[in-house]
Design a protein around this ligand. Structure first.
Ligand code: FMN
Length: 169
């Protein structure tokens, strides 16, 4: 069994790329998560909401904004409950309204991060991590949170070298 784990959220569907709406079959964060899997042989766990987000971008941002305003913990299809066997946990997500999508809160709050090394990565459309690094300190109590990696969504297919350097840090 590998000693590292990647926990991530990513949404396919309609999204903005430099001011233009495009439909993507694989989410940007998933592309990065798979590079990390490839480079480290880490185990991969995707956090999936029980109710999928709308494929339509404008509808999705409305749903996500309401969830955040309500400090919601949306139900997820399957939850990880034990990360005891892992030393390094990569945590990946898109920046949604300045922080992690709420299903990540649902998942991360169920885990014991005491003594773990956490390496966060985010994809975004200009705001980088936003407040998510601060939020991760609350969500991953007791973890040693390492320097994060922030990648614009439009650049993910050119980012494998950057990811490889960051994984080794
Ligand atoms: C609901 C929603 C909210 C978003 N909010 C922000 C934001 O506040 N700042 C930002 O830079 N990008 C924002 N974005 C853009 C995404 O962070 C970016 O497209 C990301 O790469 C999407 O990753 P994914 O394809 O893995 O889901 C938002 C996108 C969505 C769908």
């Amino acid at each position: 069994m590998s000693e590292s784990l990647i926990i991530y959220f990513s949404r396919a569907g309609e999204n903005y790329f430099g001011g233009e709406l495009k439909n993507i079959e694989k989410g940007n964060t998933e592309v990065i998560a798979e590079y990390i899997e490839d480079l480290t042989s880490a185990d991969l766990f995707k956090v999936e909401p029980a109710n999928e987000y709308p494929l339509d971008y404008m509808e999705c941002i409305d749903v996500a904004q309401k969830e955040q305003e309500n400090d919601a913990r949306p139900e997820i299809k399957e939850a990880l409950t034990d990360i005891g066997e892992y030393d390094v946990i990569y945590i990946g997500f898109p920046n949604w309204w300045g922080t992690l999508p709420m299903p990540m809160w649902t998942q991360l709050e169920q885990l014991d991060f005491e003594g773990k090394r956490v390496k966060p990565f985010v994809t975004h459309e200009g705001s980088g991590f936003g407040s998510s690094e601060k939020d991760l300190k609350k969500l991953c109590k007791g973890a040693d949170i390492k320097k994060g990696l922030s990648i614009p969504g439009a650049n993910v297919y050119d980012a494998k070298d950057i990811v490889a350097r960051w994984v080794k840090e």
